[in-house]
Design a protein around this ligand. Structure first.
Ligand code: HXC
Length: 518
């Protein structure tokens, strides 16, 4: 006898309820005890209330090696939803089912939602909480990862991809996030490593805790793998929503304006004297950023890594922009391996997603030393040069103070096709700083002098050099600076140039792709 309508409805509701429980109540309790939300709770907290539409909640694995153990949904929740009213696609791994480990069916669900995101040009968000490839499924788990990695690369530069690390992510579980645009890690509950502490102990005899090996601090401060380190899962959801508010849903999609009540034509009175007259005195570039952007709102990316350069998102007069800025308060704002890579990746993200870039320059050059040379500063530094040179989004730069040598060229100079180059009156554009230059070009004149005679002569040569080179006017005479502006004029100028560059179109010669120094 066929089931009654009521019976059919009851079965569906029962299956739904079963799938809600993932790996069961005991494992959910354990998940909560370790300070983590479940896969479903995470989605609920991240997306707009009531907007989640789930896919594939009754999928189960077909593996012979897992016995009768089956969990509806196979350890991952997938679907679409909205965040700030904008459609997104999402997967959230369920640690209560085999530790979120990835088998064939689990991988297929992730691939399906990634394909949906790509075809519909909406951002893809992955919440990762996984022990890696599901051991019992052997090569099928590995194959699943391969399919995901392939899609990560296919989506790259087409839709934004954001990874939230919310538990131990090992083995294959780290490489998919690594291929995405932004990684968020939660302090004390999230880890990323290719091989865990036990394997390391066996192979290299090193003793290391999982926190030190792959915790949120390690990856946000030392390795630079993670762009954001957040104290809690709730804070993480907040930051992800904020990030999404600055970026368009896909490439070739113009960003919508950001709401602001901040007056565009206000003077930046606060930063009139931020740049000190003494070129050796440090100052905080963030003071300039916060005063120039709307409502002092700046979402810093990679905040704790390579702090000698600052990158992040903001808006000016509602126009969403990326900001790259040397930080004279840290290592005098020098360019080194880490800061070059950090900024290059950010510039390429902005360029891929049509986000104009404002560059604030105060850079004494590239960091000298064997550490840097042996580490490949030549190839890593070239990444930033490459990234700016290939960028076709509107580019505006302002030299606030030092801009010396190769670093002058790299930091969005006119010569690599920045649209608008501005300088403050405090700008110094030269091959190198005054003292270094005098030591080289006036070596013979200084030879033989001692004591006061030496000091006086050197001081006079430095003063002459500074008068001749340590200003923006030689570059302005040559058209390398489009205008010299006062700091208090910054916001309105930036806004006006952004408006003027709104329809910028720059053609590049046809090619398959360039060959950036990787
Ligand atoms: C199957 C797994 C699993 C896995 C964990 N589990 N990892 N099941 N395959 N890879 C299961 C456990 O058996 C357990 O099941 C549950 O998940 C929770 O695991 P616990 O160990 O109890 O939790 P915890 O102490 O928090 O430790 C979590 C962990 C640890 C750090 C992730 O389980 C771990 O080290 N797992 C192995 C990680 C790893 O080496 N992965 C690499 C796989 S190879 P029950 O039934 O008790 O709940 C790989 C290669 C891909 O990924 C390469 C692509 C480039």
């Amino acid at each position: 006898m066929s089931q009654s309508l009521e019976g059919k409805r009851t079965l569906l509701l029962k299956l739904r309820q079963e799938s809600e429980l993932g790996g069961g109540e005991a494992r959910i309790k354990k998940q909560h005890e370790t300070g983590k939300y479940t896969a479903r709770e995470r989605i609920e907290r991240l997306v707009d209330p009531g907007s989640f539409l789930e896919f594939d909640r009754f999928v189960v694995h077909k593996s012979q090696n897992l016995g009768d153990a089956k969990f509806l949904g196979d350890g991952v929740v997938t679907g679409i939803a909205t965040i700030n009213g904008q459609k997104i696609a999402i997967f959230s791994q369920d640690f209560t089912c085999w530790g979120g480990a990835l088998g064939a069916a689990h991988a297929k669900k992730i691939c399906k939602i990634m394909d949906f995101a790509l075809e519909n040009r909406i951002p893809m968000i992955g919440i990762n909480d996984s022990g890696g490839a599901r051991i019992q499924e052997g090569v099928e788990g590995l194959a699943g990862y391969g399919e995901i990695f392939y899609r990560n690369v296919k989506c790259s530069g087409v839709i934004p991809q954001i990874s939230l690390i919310m538990g131990p992510c090992a083995g294959g579980a780290v490489y998919s996030p690594a291929l995405t645009d932004f990684i968020f890690m939660v302090e004390k509950t999230s880890y990323m490593f290719v091989t865990g502490p036990d394997v390391i102990k066996t192979v290299t005899h090193e003793d290391v805790t999982k926190e030190a090996l792959g915790g949120a601090r390690t990856h946000s401060e030392i390795s630079g793998v993670a762009q954001f380190n957040v104290p809690s899962e709730d804070e993480c959801f907040e930051r992800v929503r904020e990030l999404l508010s600055y970026i368009p849903p896909a490439n070739f999609t113009k960003a919508t304006p950001k709401y602001t009540s901040d007056i565009v034509y206000r003077d930046n009175v606060k930063i009139k004297e931020t740049v000190p007259a003494n070129p050796k005195k440090p100052y905080d570039m963030k003071e300039i950023i916060f005063d120039v952007v709307d409502d002092a709102q700046f979402l810093e990316v990679h905040k704790d890594y390579a702090k000698n350069i600052i990158v992040g998102f903001a808006s000016v007069g509602g126009i969403k922009i990326g900001i790259v800025a040397n930080q004279p308060a840290v290592l005098a704002g020098v360019l080194d391996i880490a800061s070059s890579e950090k900024a290059a990746r950010f510039v390429r993200f902005c360029d891929a997603f049509d986000i104009p870039i404002l560059t604030l320059v105060d850079v004494p050059g590239f960091l000298p030393g064997t550490n840097q040379e042996y580490g490949g500063i030549i190839k890593h530094g070239s990444k930033l040069l490459y990234a700016y040179s290939e960028a076709t989004v509107p580019l505006i730069s302002i030299i606030t103070r030092k801009s010396y040598g190769g670093a002058y060229l790299v930091m969005a100079s006119k010569h690599i096709k920045t649209d608008v180059n501005l300088a403050y009156p405090t700008a110094e554009i030269a091959v190198m700083g005054a003292e270094g230059a005098v030591n080289i070009i006036y070596r013979h004149e200084l030879e033989g002098l001692t004591g006061k005679a030496f000091d006086d002569k050197k001081a006079q040569l430095i003063a002459d050099y500074e008068e001749k080179f340590a200003n923006p006017y030689r570059a302005a005479e040559l058209g390398f600076m489009d205008a010299v502006i006062l700091p208090e004029e910054t916001r309105k100028r930036v806004y006006e140039y952004l408006i003027a560059l709104k329809n910028k179109k720059q053609e590049k010669p046809k090619r398959k792709h360039g060959n950036i120094q990787l």
